[in-house]
Each structure stands twice: as structure tokens, then as C-alpha cells.
Design a protein around this ligand. Structure first.
Ligand code: SAH
Length: 364
């Protein structure tokens, strides 16, 4: 059956509870025993099936009837790249031709997936490749969660232990879909990833932070701070006009679970000693953990990474003031794994929303 936007037949675009109820009603209406519904539900997320046809545990006639009523759409994989450090990057194409990126980062026995919540982004942070491409549209809940599902369907399946909303887009400007996607990711009948292993990263969209805080699960919040003063933050992140630093920091202080400050180190811009002192004060105020992020050079539009010396000094200043800080390792440097880079390289910086051709895609 053809896929429609907001398609009611799509069993992946709702919480596992809703999907189970719809399957239950379907089976009841046909006089089919209820356990058949549970079998199908199991194949949505837990042991994903590529389509109804592949659910060989069901009678063929039931599979055909399911396929005539429901859909379980795929995200077609356009390209997959592997970095020498084990990081893998995936570019998926959406039905309307948009492209979204997912990055898989192995570390010890963990596998962290960095997923996208929007095609493009409206926020235009000065150092970000996604911002440079502009905003196309919000992802639907299933398109967010299916990034995790698709990796389970690879020939060599990748099972995420952690998920971070640090791919393309601003998750808290797409709360309706992110809300449902969080449930799918966390629900034991969905992808079953512990809430403390799921991090929502935001520039500081206050209504979204409140909505996240109102959820009972222990989802983690990461705040993209990047500057310890309003003037500097404003020059790097236009959203600071709407949600200024003081308001964002206040929201972090009130958030009753662990908060991380993200801080991309931009050489000569935000990496000086005075800025480290200011950042330490804000972090202490919020009891926040500080994640220093080396600038990923690919998408960086005129900025340079901080020197090793400046980075080390910045870190020392934070620690000397009692702040817990870590320097994030830059991963996937050889595969353009920074936010938005692969999409820009492979599909071009076309105007959002216009149709595009498949061309120019090679598998690395
Ligand atoms: N919109 C959300 C989530 C997506 S970006 C947010 O801003 O938090 C995830 C993180 O990657 C953000 O902290 C973002 O500022 C950072 N980032 C963007 N471009 C980068 C680059 N070139 N190098 C390093 N980090 C980058």
C-alpha cells in the first residue's frame, strides 16, 4: 500500500501501547486469537521484521491481510561509511527526498547512536553544517525511532545501547514527534533502551525543556551552551535572542535530573581563560557536567579548532573550580561525521523542500 504522510496505517508511528491496541482490534474483528497480535507487535521493534511477508511465524493469509491494512515503512539507506576508528555513518532518504544522518559510535561494550530529529535545522548556529543547509521539515516519530530500527535490520545488525539526539535538527522544536519517539525508544515492548541512556540535546528551547522535565522517565538533558556570556552566545547562536543565556541556565538549574553543558571549543573565540572562569561559574550553579567538544572541522564555516594548549588550559580552569568536565573525543573525522556534513557532501546544499536526484552517491 502506498505510504502517505501522517499515514494512519503506519504501525511504527505510534507508541507500542497504541500499536498493540490497534493490532488487538484487528485480530478481534477477524476472530484471530489475541497472541497473533502480540507476535506482530514483537516484530515492530524488538526483533524487527523488514515487512509483514517476513513474519513467517504467521499464516500467509494473515500476513496478506495485515499488509492490506497496516504498513511498517522502511527508511532506505543511501550510503554507509566506516571510519578507521570504528564510527559508522548512515545517510537515509525519506519519502519526500529529504536526507537524514545517523552516526553509530562504538566505545567499549557500548554503542551510541546519534540520531536526527529534523531534516535540516532552522537555528543557524554559526559553526554547524546542518544550520547552513536550512530547515526542511520535522521528522515524524517513526522516522526518528526507525533510525535505530534500521540498524537492527542490517546484514550485520547494530544494537544501540545509548541514543543521543545530536544528529540533525533541534529535537525540542519537534516535541510532538520526539515525545512519541522517546516512548518507543524506552518502552520494553519498543526498543527497550534505558531512559538514562537516552540524551536529548538542545540549544535551550524552554517549553521543550519543561515538557521533557514533565516526563516521569530519567531521560537526560544536554544543553548546547557554547558561550558563557549573552553577547558571545548571541553571535554564535541566533536562538539566544529568543531564549537568552540566563533563562537557559535557570532552566538547567531547575531540571531535576543530570544536565550536561555542551561547549564546542572555537579557537580564539570562546576558549580563553576568562570564558573558562565564566563557564565554571554557570556549571557550578547548575551542578552541570561540562562536555568540551573539539570543533569538527568539516562543517565549521570559518572557525578553527582550539589549540591543544588552549584546550588543556580551559579544562584545567574548569576542574580547578570544582567542575566535572570531559573532553569529548572527536570521532569519525575521516567520514565527515559532524552534524550535517554527510548530507551536505552527498546531496548538496540544495534549497530545502525541492526535489533532488539520487546521483553522486557512492558507498565508502
Ligand atoms: N540542536 C541540538 C542537537 C543537534 S547538534 C543542539 O544544538 O544541541 C548536537 C551538538 O553538536 C550540538 O552541541 C552542536 O552545537 C554540536 N555541533 C554542531 N556543529 C558542530 C561542529 N562542527 N563541531 C562540533 N560540534 C558541533
Amino acid at each position: 500500500m502506498p505510504f502517505l504522510m501522517g499515514d494512519q496505517s503506519n504501525l511504527l508511528n505510534c507508541t507500542p501501547t497504541d500499536a498493540a491496541a490497534r493490532l488487538d482490534a484487528f485480530m478481534t474483528a477477524r476472530g484471530v486469537p489475541a497472541y497473533r497480535g502480540a507476535q506482530v507487535a514483537h516484530r515492530l521493534w524488538k526483533t524487527p521484521a523488514p515487512d509483514f511477508e517476513a513474519m513467517l511465524e504467521l499464516p500467509a493469509s494473515l500476513r496478506a491481510e495485515l499488509a492490506a491494512t497496516f504498513s511498517i515503512p522502511r527508511l532506505p539507506l543511501v550510503t554507509q561509511q566506516s571510519s578507521a576508528d570504528g564510527t559508522q555513518k548512515f545517510l537515509f532518504r525519506l519519502r519526500d527526498g529529504e536526507g537524514i544522518e545517523t552516526v553509530a559510535i562504538p566505545e567499549g561494550d557500548r554503542l551510541t547512536l546519534c540520531i536526527s530529529s529534523q531534516a535540516g535545522c532552522a537555528l543557524q548556529c554559526a559553526f554547524c553544517a546542518t544550520g547552513a543547509m536550512g530547515f526542511a521539515r520535522n521528522l515524524e516519530a517513526w522516522e526518528i525511532a526507525a533510525q535505530v530500527r534500521e540498524l537492527l535490520l542490517l546484514d550485520t545488525p547494530l544494537r544501540a545501547t545509548n541514543v543521543v539526539f545530536m544528529g540533525m535538527g533541534e529535537p525540542l522544536m519537534n516535541w510532538g514527534a520526539v515525545d512519541v519517539a522517546l516512548t518507543i525508544l524506552n518502552d520494553p515492548r519498543g526498543l527497550g533502551i534505558g531512559a538514562r541512556h537516552i540524551t536529548v540535546s538542545t540549544v535551550g528551547i524552554l517549553p521543550g525543556i519543561e515538557a521533557l522535565a514533565a516526563r516521569p522517565e530519567q531521560f537526560r538533558l544536554a544543553l548546547s551552551l557554547h558561550a558563557p556570556t549573552d553577547a558571545l552566545r548571541h553571535s554564535l547562536m541566533p536562538i539566544n535572542t529568543k531564549y537568552p543565556l540566563a533563562a537557559v541556565v535557570a532552566a538547567a538549574r531547575e531540571f531535576d535530573r543530570r544536565v550536561t553543558f555542551e561547549y564546542v571549543l572555537l579557537g580564539g573565540v570562546n576558549d580563553g581563560p576568562a570564558q573558562a572562569v565564566d563557564l565554571a561559574r554557570l556549571a557550578r550553579e547548575c551542578r552541570a557536567f561540562v562536555n568540551l567538544i573539539p570543533l569538527h572541522p568539516g562543517g565549521s564555516l570559518g572557525f578553527t579548532p582550539s589549540s591543544r594548549g588552549a584546550t588543556a588550559a580551559f579544562m584545567r580552569t574548569l576542574r580547578a573550580r570544582g567542575v566535572t568536565a570531559a573532553l569529548r573525543k572527536s570521532r569519525g573525522l575521516d567520514i565527515s561525521a559532524a552534524c550535517g556534513q554527510l548530507r551536505v557532501e552527498r546531496l548538496g546544499r540544495r534549497a530545502p523542500g525541492s526535489p533532488e536526484e539520487h546521483g553522486q552517491v557512492h558507498i565508502a
